[in-house]
Design a protein around this ligand. Sequence first.
Ligand code: ADP
Length: 476
Amino acid sequence: MPALRILMVTAEFAPAAKAGGLADMVAGLSRALGARGHDVRVLMPHYDLPGMPADSLVAGRFLSPVRLGDGHPEVRISAARLGAVPAWLVAAPGLAGPGVIYGDGARELQRFALLAHAIVPVLRATGFVPDIVHCHDWHTALGPLLLRADGAGPRSVLTLHNIGYQGWFDPELVADLGLAACRERLAGAPGTPGSPSFLATGIAHADVLTTVSPTHAREVLTPEFGHGLEAALRARAGVLHGILNGVDYGEWDPARDPHLPARYSAGEPAGKRACRDSLVAACGLATDTSPLLGCVSRLATQKGLDLLAAALPELLAAGRLRAVVLGSGDPALARAFTGLADRFPGRCAFLDRHDEDLARRVYAGADLFAVPSRYEPCGLTQMYALRYGAVPVVRATGGLVDTVTHFDPATGRGTGSVFRDADPGGVRWGIEQALGWYADPVAWARVVGNGMAADFSWDRQVQAYEAVYSGAAAPR
Ligand code: ADP
């Protein structure tokens, strides 16, 4: 297919600015598209984070249409590289505080409104003429409207990574966010007149919508998973595609991962034991023969970690497993896991932080890996766990359904444990299944091997994006 020019507009890009899977997905997709000959550029905020590239060449300047502080300061766009991918970074005084990607009250809305406003000035200043502007999640979802308001130009694709976050704003802020001229075209969820959101506006105006797994593409059309946007999404179902996220195995491979104390592969698995021993020692856990259950997650209701916290005590008390949970976020969930770690010293460790190095050591050191999500658009952690030889225990929702199949010892098929009910009993059932297989070394070797051999590389998914881009780039 002919090479395309694509502008990725995103709040995150791994490893420079990562809060979750969005960063991995956009970086992985960008690299995969680049490897197939497409010209991919990235537009993102210039955060005050240690991993951001140094501010370099100025590529453009424009006056902020978004009110920041007392006025409308000059916005500076610098050219940089995020690994091999060329990028433009948007900076303005007070736009992003130290260490911040999200949050920071009203400044979060301003930061991301300005990111969308920067698309057209960047294209003008640099002369880059993309076929596709690919926006990701609510943070960039004003992009399609602002592109249309500007006249012809490139087609827009909006990917819905997590519609639980929509970017609601007070209509009184319309002018301050630089949106007065398109006030009439802002959208909100049906039934909430006068309550616009970035995401609903993007859903209304993007040429094409995608979400990050086929199952979730069906789920979002229902009240249970639509987060109030199901009617808006049903109205656009004809342009909504579900494309599973890929894994960049160049970055996520236990045979090459520099973060691990030992390397291993399906053919040479010995290093996994060393990774487990090292993690157990680092977390102060007991050395015994029980399996180690790992979890790496944002601490959010979505992720079902309250269910895990409720399911674990019985299993920990009986000495049937040890557990290590790495996560940050909701203080109530952090308290629940701190309580578990206090109650079961040597059996349960809780690491309350965001730590990429440790995350990889958990995937490598764990025997089982829990993903008990209430909803999960795609989920990457279960795919990393599979490759690192940790058997995922997942709830049957969204991308978890599309990536993990329940193991059947009779046929030797399947890659993990899939449970249905979003309650502690469901989680416990899922873990019990895996503990049963663990007790049989032949079954265990089989389920681990199946998981490590599963292939979710971007090579497969990137062609689905190419098809979507080509369709969108055709005349409307
Ligand atoms: P989401 O994007 O909804 O948080 P995903 O499963 O798509 O969930 O992606 C999560 C990503 O964030 C993975 O790369 C995972 O390793 C990483 N991650 C989550 N929590 C932490 C943490 N506390 N420390 C380090 N990495 C984390």
